[in-house]
Design a protein around this ligand. Structure first.
Ligand code: SAM
Length: 319
């Protein structure tokens, strides 16, 4: 359906697939402060099988001519059939296959992922300091994640870092993270916290804005802003020394205007927007007209200007 487009010229070109709705970390923005990851298993329903998933992705690709697929979760490296899924997507002729992971299991997976057709990986890492990392994620061993990053780079994967910065929690990690990224020539993006899940209607107190992040970095570096690419989530700056860093400023500089993302969760539901809590089930669809109708519904879910928050956490809808 090459003509699916809304009045703002938006369509779906990137599919984000949540493979699994459980995680091996308990990050503060995803899970309640007093819960751990075992509690997140509480949400677990039967995840879609690899063959069912590939059938749905193939069907969506046929309709949308997808350019990029990002696999996420929950934690996608916990999904048993990850490698066959990557290989299956590659076999559909989609080359831009990407992954968002916490990196905990990356060291042993990187080579297999690259061999199956994975191109690039975003590793979520909110702190370098072990104590702050524990406060943010309820897990220890940053070194294990750093090893996973090194192995991925050695395998030929393009690696980026994502760090959510929360006021009063980890803003002191901006420079340790930046130093690590610059020293290892890895692009890093800092994220403003989003009003999702248990933070819905109360993320404001943790919001460390793009302005705050840039102010902090400006105490050590001179930098200039780079042009934003169409449909990008991140704004980028380049330091005088030539290092590039980004900020994903959902709150202070929303990027809904040219959003091209469609989300598929681990139960076979699509969502046209992170702000919308209404799942559109396509698991049992085998009729093209019905799929087209559902895609139109998903496109209509898109916000025109900004993300307005959601009661669903990223764990459920996929980050
Ligand atoms: N487990 C994987 C990981 O950690 O990258 C993939 C899923 S995780 C939900 C995807 C991304 O969403 C992570 O970078 C995480 O930091 C981000 N995220 C989750 N909840 C968020 C929130 N409320 N605000 C900002 N970022 C959030």
């Amino acid at each position: 359906m090459r003509d699916l487009q809304d009045q703002y010229g938006r369509s779906f070109k990137t599919l984000r697939v949540s493979l699994i709705n459980t995680c091996n970390l308990g990050c503060v923005y995803c899970t309640m402060a007093d819960t751990d990851t075992k509690v997140s298993n509480h949400h677990q329903k039967t995840n879609i099988s690899a063959s069912e998933l590939l059938r749905i992705i193939g069907y969506l690709h046929q309709e949308l001519n997808l350019e990029t697929i990002r696999l996420t979760g929950g934690e996608p490296l916990l999904y048993h059939d990850l490698i066959p899924v990557v290989a299956g997507i590659k076999a559909m002729g989609i080359d831009e296959i990407k992954l968002t992971t916490n990196g905990f299991l990356l060291e042993r997976m990187a080579f297999k992922l690259h061999k199956a057709g994975m191109k690039s990986i975003n590793v979520s890492l909110d702190a370098i300091n072990e104590d702050v990392f524990f406060k943010m994620s309820k897990r220890s061993d940053v070194g294990r994640i750093l090893k996973g990053i090194k192995t991925s780079i050695d395998c030929g994967l393009d690696v980026k870092l994502n760090a959510v910065i929360m006021k009063g929690m980890n803003e002191d990690q901006i420079f340790p993270l930046l130093d690590y990224a610059f020293e290892n020539n890895i692009q890093i993006r800092f994220l403003e916290v989003m009003a999702m899940g248990h933070l819905y209607k109360q993320s404001e107190k943790y919001l460390f804005t793009q302005h705050d992040i840039l102010n902090a970095i400006a105490s050590r570096y001179n930098f200039e802003r780079l042009d934003r690419k169409a449909s990008a989530t991140s704004n980028y700056w380049k330091t005088k020394e030539g290092h590039v860093f980004g900020v994903i400023a959902n709150e202070s500089e929303p990027f809904c205007g040219d959003c091209n993302r469609l989300r598929l969760d681990s139960q076979g539901n699509i969502f046209g927007c992170l702000s919308d809590n209404h799942p559109i089930n396509i698991r049992v669809i085998d009729d093209t007209l019905e799929l087209r109708q559902k895609l139109k519904l998903a496109l209509a879910q898109k916000q025109t200007v900004r993300f307005v928050g959601s009661e669903l956490s990223m764990l459920e809808i996929g980050g």
